[in-house]
Write a protein that binds this ligand. Structure first.
Ligand SMILES: *Cc1c(COP(=O)(O)O)cnc(C)c1O
Length: 370
């Protein structure tokens, strides 16, 4: 699904030097590269950036920093990666799962409105597969109701949302807090685990930094119960190099997506991914809808040709055993259920060649004898 070795080869000299430098100087924890990366990403996003150990921690730290309390309800999409809801459960909050839009696969204001109760404290829009949730109406609603907005932007780093007045903002910087992951296969991936929290609120940025570091406000002075969640210096050194290529990586993925669109869209048995008008799409995944119950057969056909294809995600959050016990479903989640049955993601990454794509496309077309 990704070609991390091919991507490394193109920047190998720079990466090797940066990694060796950290090792030679033995600056493994909080070395200068970590601050450099936080500043670099901050300049790119126009927000404060607090690096941490992974994207799941980022979500947990965000919710701890907003002082959410056991029993508080947090609205999440039923169609997402489990990490979004996991931290909600860990903090003894209640995940309230809402359905998503069949076109964008993202949560919508209409679904959120129906899920709000007197206990609701926060909304977690997940910018799924690399395209922003329609944030403007959700932000206005959250403001009116006094709800926090925590963006899960693990799949959408670099995506840009355009407001109705023409203002543009990066995914993760529109709500109170944004949370991202640098897991190797993410659009900005490191060579292990990594994550970051964004906010444009200075006070909150300080609190997040303190919570990520044992709640320590001064050496050996602990104001809050925090966590120990750091981005390794080695990972920061790698990310400093890859951050310079982020826009180029996003556009390589978008170009590959355009090619899939152009050469698959005439197939009546498929729906290629929809692009929403007010967000760029950084194509963390290229996710199609396969009609007529043929998803699993098409997947097997693609795999038989030695090509990977993946199902993100096969099971709605509300059907996961762990979340049945603690979560609530708002209304029905029929769109999510349909998506789980019909979605299929094709390989998409920065190193995908025309020849590879033509092979993938030819294999899909042969399934439809077309
Ligand atoms: C990857 C991912 C996460 C978690 O990131 P980790 O770094 O693996 O902890 C959270 N939410 C979504 C939507 C993701 O895709």
């Amino acid at each position: 699904m990704v070609d991390l070795k091919g991507q490394y080869k193109k920047i190998q000299n720079e990466i090797d030097q940066a990694v060796l430098k950290v090792i030679r100087e033995a600056n493994f924890i909080n070395g200068p590269e970590v601050g450099e990366f936080a500043n670099g990403l901050s300049a790119y996003l126009h927000a404060h950036v607090i690096p941490c150990a992974n994207g799941t921690d980022a979500l947990q730290i965000a919710m701890m920093a907003l002082d959410l309390k056991p029993g508080d309800e947090v609205i999440v999409p039923a169609f997402t990666y489990v990490a979004t809801a996991e931290v909600i459960g860990l903090l003894q909050l209640v995940p309230v799962m809402v359905d998503v839009d069949p076109q964008s696969f993202n949560m919508t204001l209409a679904n959120i409105e129906k899920a709000v109760t007197a206990k609701t404290k926060a909304i977690v829009p997940v910018h799924l597969f690399g395209q922003c949730v329609d944030m403007e109406p959700i932000l206005a609603f959250a403001k009116a109701k006094g709800l926090y907005v925590i963006e899960d932007t693990a799949q959408a780093i670099g995506a840009e949302y355009t407001f109705s007045d023409g203002r543009k903002m990066k995914a993760g910087t529109m709500g109170d807090v944004g949370c991202t992951s640098f897991f190797p296969s993410k659009n900005l991936g490191c060579y292990g685990d990594g994550g970051a929290i964004y906010t444009t609120n200075e006070e909150l940025a300080i609190r997040i930094k303190v919570i990520a570091n044992h709640g320590q406000v001064k050496k050996y002075v602990h104001k809050y119960i925090g966590v120990n969640s750091r981005l390794d210096t080695l990972q920061a050194a790698i990310l400093n190099i890859k951050l310079k290529h982020l826009d180029e990586y996003c556009s390589a993925r978008a170009t590959a997506a355009d090619k899939y669109d152009a050469l698959l869209k005439d197939l009546a048995g498929l729906e290629t991914p929809k692009r929403v008008p007010n967000s760029t799409h950084v194509f963390h995944q290229y996710t199609m809808l396969v009609k007529d119950g043929k998803r699993d057969a098409l997947k097997a056909h693609i795999e038989a040709a030695g090509i990977p294809a993946m199902i993100y995600y096969p099971i709605p959050l509300n059907e996961q055993e762990a979340y049945k016990a603690i979560g609530k479903i708002s209304g029905s989640v029929t769109v999510t259920e349909e998506l789980c049955k019909n979605v299929l993601s094709l390989p998409i990454h920065t190193e995908l060649t025309d020849a590879e794509q033509e092979l993938i496309i030819g294999t899909i077309r042969s399934f439809y004898n077309n």
